[in-house]
Design a binder for this molecule. Structure first.
Ligand code: ARG
Length: 466
């Protein structure tokens, strides 16, 4: 292609040198898939060892290849490697450099292999490793919550539905709700690793190969449980990337709910938590302000991660088997989601560990809004033998009375309560306080401090092998 002649009106502008440059720009992935260099080299080392083992290449060539690949690894890690867009992607950049370093033996590395199975194995290795990092980050966040839950197993706060104060709960219980959520995220990570633990290397372009390769050998060498069982699927499957993104999207969604709660809790109107200075910022013009920026950004970054999931689902939908170049679009989504999730998890862990609770404000809020009304109704059922519907009705009248007098339920005199229902005795006051209300909810998984402590113990043990 004559570059000069091609400076065309239609595709001019930035691409002054013509269609070859436009093609190069749209085709190349090296700007982002260079991130796979370590996996690419590891895959090639394993492949070349297997080729020598099975007699497909000579031991001498394999030694040259291995030496060259290790040199390249060092060059890249030392920042001495020149990546070239003309060479399209990481696979060709490495191979071209290998030829420079070792000469013709380099040409033997690509025997019984294609870039299709090469990219599939590289990317699986990368995603598997990233999931291990995700698991570690989730465990650190869960640990931070367990510490908070243990310290505040008996600290009361309002429990909400519709963001309206509903019934008092303990902060420990609320914290443990997030432990359950992030715990499920962690188990999704483990499940996904198990499913993607199969090596696609050796599927070659799409149909397998006539060379006597040993796919079990390369699978083992690369730390996979076993080789994949269908070559067409091996080069066209990106479920592992989609699973990573869906795990990231769900975890990010959990993070955003928590971030939103932190934003609400740290307002002066709620005043439940105080964020450390390291996780908040001041306002440049309003000296009284302390903004929960980290929480807001975590909340916002969820949009990015969820968007990447939708993006890759859309890339993959309708793609015929087996490989299509469309699939090159899988990487940036996963890389950006991974980076975003890692950052958000780390920031959230820091924020949760550092934040302090305003127990007095939480207690005050826990008792407001007749939050123990359900306890009164339950008491009427339990102690006075009323059917729940009637108890609900009597309680409604008690709330109306207290509201009219602008006092709490526990401040209503016994005679007035008796006037609502004759069966009410002095004992009722034992459930009208917030503290007693939470203590009474000791059903399995309930908010009682003793139950919260039990769940903390359970999770500490479970986290050891998670
Ligand atoms: N850079 C490509 C990708 O990420 C590698 C595979 C290229 N295969 C091909 N047949 N052109 O998908």
């Amino acid at each position: 292609m004559n570059d000069k002649k091609a400076s065309n009106q239609m595709w001019g502008g930035r691409f002054a040198s013509g269609p070859a440059a436009v093609m190069e720009a749209i085709n190349a992935s090296i700007s982002f898939d260079r991130k796979l260099y370590a996996q690419d080299i590891r895959g090639s080392l394993a492949h070349s060892e297997m080729l020598a083992e099975t007699g497909i290449i000579s031991a001498e060539d394999q030694q040259k290849i291995a030496h060259g690949l290790n040199t390249i690894l060092k060059e890249i890690e030392d920042g001495d490697f020149t990546f070239s867009t003309r060479l399209e992607d990481i696979h060709m950049n490495v191979e071209a450099r290998l030829a420079e370093l070792i000469g013709p033996a380099a040409g033997r590395l690509h025997t019984a292999r294609s870039r299709n199975d090469q990219v599939a194995v590289d990317f699986r290795l990368w995603v598997k490793e990233e999931l291990q990092r995700t698991a570690g980050a989730l465990k650190r966040l869960i640990s931070a919550f367990l510490d908070k839950a243990e310290a505040h197993a008996a600290t009361v706060m309002p429990g909400f539905t519709h963001l309206q104060a509903a019934q008092p709960v303990t902060f420990g219980h609320h914290a443990m709700a997030y432990v359950e959520m992030f715990g499920r995220d962690l188990s999704r990570v483990r499940d996904a690793i198990g499913r993607m633990d199969e090596s696609p290397l050796g599927a070659a372009a799409l149909a397998g190969t006539g060379f006597p390769i040993d796919r079990h050998h390369t699978a083992r060498a690369l730390g996979f449980r076993e080789p994949t069982r269908n070559s067409l699927d091996s080069v066209s499957d990106r479920d592992f990337a989609l699973e990573f993104l869906s795990i990231a999207a769900i975890a990010s969604t959990h993070l955003s709910r928590l971030a939103e709660e932190i934003v609400i809790w740290s307002t002066p109107q709620f005043g439940f938590v105080r964020l450390s200075d390291s996780f908040s910022t001041g306002s440049s013009i309003m000296p009284q302000k302390k903004n929960p920026d980290a929480a807001e950004l975590i909340r916002a970054k969820t949009g990015r991660v969820n968007g990447h999931l939708m993006g890759l689902l859309t890339v993959m939908k309708g793609l015929p088997l087996s490989y299509s170049k469309d699939m090159q679009e899988d990487k940036e989504a996963v890389f950006d989601a991974a980076e975003t999730l890692e950052l958000s998890l780390a920031a959230m862990t820091g924020m949760v560990s550092d934040m302090t609770l305003n127990e007095a404000a939480m207690k005050r809020a826990a008792g407001a809004g007749y939050s123990t009304a359900t306890d009164l109704a339950d008491w009427l059922v339990r102690e006075a033998g009323l059917p729940f519907r009637e108890a609900h009705h009597v309680t409604g009248r008690a709330v109306a009375l207290a509201e009219a007098r602008r006092i709490g339920l526990e401040k209503l005199p016994l005679e007035e309560l008796k006037a609502l229902h004759a069966g009410i005795t002095d004992d009722v006051y034992s459930v009208l306080s917030v503290q007693n209300s939470v203590k009474s909810r000791k059903s399995f998984g309930g908010t009682a401090p003793q139950e919260v402590r039990k769940q903390v113990r359970y999770w500490r043990k479970r986290l050891k092998n998670a």
